[in-house]
Design a protein around this ligand. Structure first.
Ligand SMILES: Nc1nc2c(ncn2[C@@H]2O[C@H](COP(=O)(O)OP(=O)(O)OP(=O)(O)O)[C@@H](O)[C@H]2O)c(=O)[nH]1
Ligand SMILES: [Mg+2]
Length: 290
């Protein structure tokens, strides 16, 4: 059996950042494979994670929780065969729900060591009505309140209470017994996804689940790709011009000094230097659907 963790959470909440920081802190000397599924037809996270993990598989466009089952299973089989990892991390797209992936993983002889939902503490109040966001929390047994550096202490306090209420209302239950399928749940607070080693120690392993009633869901976001011709200055102007319906922009843009990873979520922007990149500059723009 291959131990696995699933990382879920709203667009831009800090899932990839958590994966990068966990590799540095907790996975030294371990063979860790990563599968990442992104919303939008061009993948960004795979390119970023490749600098940290030696085996990364990207599943772009389409959602592993509805249309990409077969692809997901194929990727997993390939990774196991070629790399024989000690541990698997799956980053799901910010627009998908964790539970169908849990069922797939189980069917593919993986144990579920934890389902981590990353919450953007600074912006939760602007996406808390989104049903996908609620199911992501209810379908997880570890919630990480991330970006606490951008949120006030009181807000984080309130948020923790609210997460526990959501857990009560949305927690995944066994369809026959009505019992929660999670034996242990916990809330952590973090900056840049830095969470303690105990999260990865096995204490949050989820029992094999069966009898779960799947529910259909819709995606409440849509994406497009734009190709900037200029450098970061042009990107700045583009970001300034965005409407409120845009919740996330990410991409790789070439400038005089080299390539940059561009991140924008809820008005915050960040340009981080990114080693070699020979492709064309692009930005994936994700909007709320009407
Ligand atoms: N200030 C602050 N910024 C953060 C923190 N965690 C992540 N970020 C920034 O938030 C942006 C988005 O982070 P990602 O890790 O790419 O988020 P994600 O959830 O993987 O995003 P998607 O895969 O697009 O859904 C990046 O610019 C990060 O540097 C944090 O704790 N504090
Ligand atoms: Mg990501």
């Amino acid at each position: 059996m291959l131990p696995s963790f699933v990382i879920t959470g709203f667009l831009g909440s800090g899932k990839t950042t958590l994966l990068i920081n966990s590799a540095k802190k907790h996975f030294k000397g371990k063979k860790v494979a990563v599968i990442v599924n992104e919303f939008g037809e061009v993948g960004v996270d795979g390119k970023v994670l490749q600098n940290t993990y030696s085996r990364v598989m990207e599943l772009p466009e389409g959602c592993i929780c509805c249309t990409l089952h077969a692809e997901f299973e194929k990727s997993l089989a390939e990774i196991r065969e070629k790399y024989n990892p000690d541990l698997l991390m799956v980053e799901t797209s910010g627009a998908s729900e964790p539970f169908p992936i849990i069922l797939s993983l189980q069917n593919l002889a993986c144990t579920i060591e934890g389902i981590i939902c990353v919450v953007d503490s600074a912006n939760f109040y602007s996406y808390r009505e989104d049903p996908t966001a609620l199911h992501q929390i209810g379908g997880s047994n570890i919630v990480v309140l991330n970006k606490i550096d951008l949120a006030g202490g009181e807000v984080v306090e309130e948020l923790e209470k609210e997460i526990k209420e959501i857990w009560e209302n949305y927690r995944v239950r066994n369809a026959f017994t009505g019992e929660s399928i999670f034996e242990r749940v916990a809330v952590y607070r973090s900056e840049f996804g830095n969470i303690p080693a105990e999260v990865f120690s096995g204490v949050f392993a989820v029992e094999r689940v069966s009898g779960f009633k799947d529910h259909s869901h819709e995606h409440h976001a849509e994406s497009e790709v734009v190709y900037p011709e200029g450098g970061l200055e042009e990107v700045e102007r583009f970001l300034d011009s965005l409407g409120e319906d845009v919740v996330r922009v990410k991409g790789i843009v070439k400038d005089e000094g080299g390539a940059y990873l561009v991140n924008y979520s809820f008005g915050y922007r960040d340009f981080a230097p990114l080693g070699d990149y020979l492709g064309r500059s692009f930005l994936v723009v994700i909007k709320r659907r009407g």
